[in-house]
Each structure stands twice: as C-alpha cells, then as structure tokens.
Design a protein around this ligand. Structure first.
Ligand code: ADP
Length: 261
C-alpha cells in the first residue's frame, strides 16, 4: 500500500481524531488507486456537509451579530447535532475499514430469545418517540442458541431498525420477526414506510449508495449501513435480502446459520 496522505496531528479533538483516522484508513485499505480516490472523494463529500453547517453557525455566533441567548443556544444545539453526525460517520467508516482488512468475529453463544428481547426493549422508547409503533413476533424455542458475534449482530439489527424508523411514514409501524428455520435463524425488519423503487433495490447494498430521495434529505446518512449489514451477515455464513414496494414499505431479512460443532 502506498501512503497517499501523511498527517502529523497532535490534537485529540474531533478533527484530530478525524485526520488520524483518515490517514490510518488510507494505510489500511488495499484498494486500487482508482478505488481509493473514489472512496476518498465520497468520504470527503460526506464530511463536508455537516462541516459546512457547523462552520456557518460558528461564524455567525462568532461575528457577535446574534445577541439573543435563546437563539445562540439553538444554534449551538445544531452544531452539537452535526458533530454527532460526524461521529456516526467515523464509527461507520471504522467498521468499514475493519471489514476491508478482514472482519474479525468475536464469537460467543447467544440465547436468541434474550438477544431479540434486549433489542426490542432498547428500541421501544426510541420508536415511540418517533411517533411510530413496534410490533414483534418471536417464533423461536426457548432453548435456541446461535454462535455469533453479538455486537456485530446487534449492529445489523440496529442499522435495519434505524432505517425502518428513518424511512417510515408519520404514525407508521415496524414489525420485527424472528423465526427458526432448517439450519438457521431468520430475522426480518418490516416497515410500512416509503419503500424503495425497483431500480434502487438492486443498488442499496452497494457501498455509499443512497436513493435519490435520501441523498436530497441530508440526514447524515452515509449509504454504508446496508453494506456493513451485508458483510457482517455474510461473514457469519448467512445472507441478507430485501423486498420492497414504493409507497408501501420494505422488508429486510437475514439468516444466521446455527453453529455446527
Ligand atoms: P443510509 O441510510 O445511511 O443512507 P444505508 O446503506 O443504510 O445508508 O441505506 C442505503 C439506502 O437505502 C438509503 O439511503 C435509502 O435510500 C435506502 N433504504 C434503506 N433502508 C430503507 C427503508 N427501510 N425504507 C426505504 N429506503 C431504505
């Protein structure tokens, strides 16, 4: 790997972290030159949006033109939110570089029912706060265990649930199901949201791909979430699939094979 970027950063702030990360990433990725520059420009683009907003508010406040404390507070809050977006982006990129080197699984025995219930518990409040409802059906026996990387598996469900929340409709619903099948567990996250066009369906697992509508919305999404889901699932020996209808909703399903010892 040729080193494309070399930085010496001493600060431990967000930007220090960002640039250290960035140069490490370039070191780690063993992509062709073309893929590398493609990747870098996509990342630069994703970082620029929140940074532009942060800079805008910061300059405005620094100019001293705003004196109303409530207004300053509101703008500071926006800056805080955008910093969170950047943080989220870094987490996703970090996951992503780990995968491109080799996604290492930290396997343990997982009690499927408790695992699923834990996620439902975490999401009940979040989904309610978004004005949506969550339903679930766990059609699995009480003594069902799988051998998997719990953190990564959780991440898959979190990504799918976050999308189901984000791309939903007002007062919409989300259904989480877990089924026991021959040789594997089948998880599904089904939403009655905006759906995905047939054209977009073929591309959404592609790195950085976001449907036109989502790109315009600028929610701090990266188009990496589903790519990460797919790598994690495949690494476990499972597969992930989607079916969707525009305006009707989407259904994402993935399998995790039972561990054969
Ligand atoms: P992100 O959500 O950060 O854009 P993802 O990889 O998670 O990235 O998703 C890629 C794209 O797939 C999204 O931008 C969106 O267009 C589409 N998408 C994903 N999940 C859903 C869903 N549940 N409903 C509608 N569209 C979705």
């Amino acid at each position: 790997g040729k080193r494309l970027v070399s930085f010496t950063y001493h600060s431990e702030d967000e930007f220090g972290r960002l640039f250290r990360y960035f140069s490490d990433m370039v070191d780690q990725l063993r992509f062709s030159e073309e893929r590398q520059s493609e990747l870098i420009s996509a990342i630069a683009h994703d970082f620029r949006t929140p940074l532009t907003t942060i800079k805008g508010y910061a300059s405005y406040i620094a100019s001293g033109r705003v004196t109303d404390l409530e207004r300053i507070k509101k703008q500071m809050k926006k800056i805080e939110q955008k910093t969170d977006d950047l943080d989220k982006l870094l987490d996703e990129l970090q996951d992503f570089t780990q995968q491109s080197t080799e996604l290492k699984l930290n396997l343990s025995r997982i009690h499927v029912k408790s695992f699923a219930k834990g996620i439902i518990e975490d999401y009940l409040v979040k989904i309610k706060e978004s004005g949506l409802t969550l339903q679930w059906k766990l059609r699995i026996s009480n003594d069902l265990y799988i051998e998997a990387d719990e953190t990564k598996l959780r991440r898959v469900l979190e990504n799918l649930l976050n999308n189901a929340i984000y791309y939903n409709k007002p007062n919409g619903s989300i259904l989480l199901t877990c089924d026991q099948r021959e040789g594997h567990v089948l998880f599904s996250v089904i939403d009655k949201g905006e759906g995905i066009s047939q054209e977009d369906l073929t591309k959404i697992f592609t790195k950085f791909y976001r449907a036109e509508k989502s790109r315009n919305r600028n929610n701090g999404g990266t188009g990496l979430g589903l790519t990460i889901c797919q790598s994690i699932v495949q690494r476990h020996g499972g597969s992930i699939s989607v079916s969707s209808e525009l305006g009707r909703g989407s259904s994402f399903s993935f399998t995790i094979p039972f561990f054969q010892s």
